[in-house]
Design a protein around this ligand. Structure first.
Ligand SMILES: Cc1cc2nc3c(=O)[nH]c(=O)nc-3n(C[C@H](O)[C@H](O)[C@H](O)COP(=O)(O)O)c2cc1C
Length: 211
């Protein structure tokens, strides 16, 4: 699969996990792709916690369900109705969670390139997530990003030391298919923006449609 094809067909997966587990060889290949990401000052501030213990998966799924409920209750009635059928995770069905975590102290106090933009450390870890996601797509493996959690709860669940932040819980596993249209678009939550609205020439806002 070409890079462009992987980018085009990549999907956030929630409902299409088959229940089979990704095999270790493929798991290591996609982790290897994540580990190839660029990073500020070559700091490589990421780590990957692979979670397969059924009890841990269930505990996390229960927490996420509570957070989903909390969000649903915060919505005005019409949005709540739109949100209702949208699945936001496939934690147990995928059988494997990869928690991508970020250590901002990695690389010491003088990380080359981070002095002026402190968030570049975090940006680097996010790039590892994207590498993993695209590599998984090329393998025919689904990935679903879950962010409906309280950070301290997840940090405690997987035993993170102080200063190491969970950045993403990724549900990873074989899928029956990749949807062609993102779930949030299919269910009427929010559409993708046309590229033209996102591109500006010389100064921000020249297209009059930036927001
Ligand atoms: C930072 C981040 C957090 C996300 N959190 C969730 C989540 O908690 N639950 C979920 O179902 N999808 C989550 N997603 C997936 C997005 O909903 C999805 O990427 C978006 O709707 C576009 O769909 P696509 O990835 O299939 O193109 C997240 C994506 C990102 C980048």
């Amino acid at each position: 699969m070409s890079v462009y094809e992987a980018i085009r067909t990549r999907r956030d997966v929630r409902a299409e996990f088959t229940g089979d587990r990704i095999d270790d060889a493929a798991l290591w290949r996609i982790l290897g792709a994540a580990h190839c990401a660029p990073s500020v000052g070559n700091s490589q501030p990421w780590d990957f916690v692979v979670v397969r213990d059924r009890t841990t998966l269930r505990t996390f799924a229960t927490h996420v369900a509570a957070k989903r409920h909390e969000f649903a209750r915060s919505l005005p009635p019409e949005r709540a109705r739109t949100f209702e059928p949208i699945k936001v995770e496939g934690i147990e069905e995928s059988g494997t969670g990869i928690v991508v975590v970020h250590d901002d102290s990695r690389g010491g106090p003088q990380v080359l390139g981070r002095a002026t933009v402190p968030e570049t450390g975090l940006y680097s870890t996010i790039l590892a997530v994207q590498n993993l996601w695209l590599a998984a797509t090329a393998e025919g493996i689904g990935v679903g990003w879950v962010s409906f959690y309280d950070e301290p709860v997840l940090a405690d669940l997987i035993g993170l030391p102080g200063g190491v932040r969970p950045v993403a819980w990724l549900c990873v596993g074989p899928v029956s298919e990749f949807q062609r249209v993102p779930d949030l678009e299919r269910f009427g939550w929010r559409d993708r923006r046309p590229l033209r609205d996102a591109v500006h020439r010389e100064r921000y806002g020249d297209n009059g449609r930036a927001r």
